[in-house]
Design a protein around this ligand. Structure first.
Ligand SMILES: CCCCCCCCCCCCCCC[C@@H](O)[C@@H](N)CO
Length: 271
C-alpha cells in the first residue's frame, strides 16, 4: 500500500488574528498543514489553540518588517517540510489619521510592515516554490483602489502591494507560481476594533460604503476564488465593482470627501 502523500503546506503571515487566522482555519479544513507567522508569540499560541489540529500547525514568531527574520522563518519551514504550496501575506497594520496629524514614523512603520513585510516573505519563499508550483496570495485592501482621506500612511503600502501582485502574476507564471491578490473591505477583526476610534469622520464615512465582512467570510471566498486561478479575489460584490470601476467612480468619491472634509474642517470629527 503506497504511503499517504504529505499534506500541502501553507504559510500565512498575520496568522494570529483576523483574515490570516481565518485563512488558516479554512485551509486546515481543506487538509493543509499551516505555518503561522506573527510578531507576538503569546498571541500566536492563543490563536493556534482556537484552531485545534496542533499536529498540522507550526508557529513562527516573526516580525515581517525584518527581512532576515523572514528568510530564517521560510528556511525553517522549507527544511521541515521540503515544500511550500501556498503563501498568504496577510500581516498588516493601520494607523489612520489626517496627514497633518501623522508623523514620519507612522508612515514608515506602515510601509515597512504592509509593503516590505509582504515583499520580504515573497522574496524568501519564491526560491523554495520555484519549479514546484504553488500559490502566492497578497492581502491588499479596498483602500488600494482610490485615495481615501485619513489613510495617507496606510493606503500607499496597499497600492504598492497591488502593483507588486500585478507584476509578480506576470513574472512568476513561468515558475508555475499563481499569484493573486485580495482587496477586502472593512473586516471585523481586532485591527478594525483598534482602528475605529482613531478614524477621522471622512475615513469612516467612505470606508463604510464598502460594507463590513467577517474574517471567516473573507477567507472562505478568497481561498475558493484563488483555487480557480483567478488573479483578483473579491470578497464581496462591492469590492468586485470597485476593482472594475474605481477610476470612473473616483471623481464621485473625491467630491464626497471634499464635502465631508469641508464640513469637518477644524473640528477633527471622530466617530
Ligand atoms: C455602488 C458601489 C459604491 C461603492 C463605493 C465604494 C467606496 C470605497 C470603499 C472602500 C473601502 C475600503 C476600506 C478598507 C479599509 C481597510 O483596509 C482598513 N479598515 C484596514 O483595517
Amino acid at each position: 500500500m503506497p504511503a499517504p502523500s504529505p499534506p500541502k503546506v501553507a504559510v500565512i503571515s498575520g496568522g494570529s488574528s483576523g483574515i490570516g487566522l481565518a485563512c488558516a482555519r479554512t485551509l486546515l479544513g481543506r487538509g493543509y498543514h499551516v505555518a503561522l507567522l506573527a510578531r507576538d508569540p503569546g498571541r500566536l499560541h492563543d490563536a493556534a489553540a482556537t484552531l485545534g489540529a496542533p499536529a498540522r500547525v507550526d508557529l513562527l514568531p516573526v516580525d515581517v518588517a525584518d527581512a532576515a527574520a523572514c528568510q530564517a522563518a521560510i528556511a525553517a519551514i522549507a527544511s521541515r517540510h521540503g515544500r511550500i504550496d501556498w503563501l498568504i501575506t496577510s500581516a498588516g497594520i493601520v494607523e489612520p489619521g489626517l496627514f497633518r496629524d501623522l508623523d514620519l514614523a507612522a508612515h514608515r512603520v506602515q510601509m515597512e510592515t504592509n509593503y516590505f513585510g509582504t515583499l520580504h516573505l515573497i522574496q524568501a519563499a519564491v526560491p523554495v516554490m520555484r519549479g514546484h508550483g504553488g500559490r502566492i496570495t497578497l492581502v491588499s485592501s479596498g483602500a488600494a483602489f482610490i485615495g481615501i482621506a485619513g489613510y495617507s500612511g496606510y493606503a500607499p503600502g496597499k497600492f504598492a502591494v497591488r502593483a507588486l501582485a500585478e507584476i509578480l502574476r506576470l513574472e512568476l507564471a513561468e515558475d508555475g507560481i499563481v499569484v493573486s491578490f485580495v482587496a477586502p473591505p472593512d473586516t471585523e477583526t481586532p485591527q478594525l476594533e483598534g482602528e475605529r476610534p482613531k478614524r477621522p469622520a471622512v475615513t469612516r464615512l467612505i470606508s463604510e460604503q464598502g460594507g463590513t465582512m467577517s474574517a471567516g467570510e473573507v477567507a472562505e471566498r478568497m481561498i475558493t476564488q484563488a483555487e480557480t486561478g483567478a488573479f483578483f479575489l473579491s470578497p464581496s460584490r462591492t469590492m468586485a465593482w470597485l476593482a472594475r470601476f474605481h477610476s470612473l467612480y473616483r471623481p464621485v468619491l473625491a467630491w464626497q470627501q471634499r464635502r465631508i472634509l469641508k464640513r469637518s474642517r477644524g473640528t477633527d470629527q471622530k466617530p
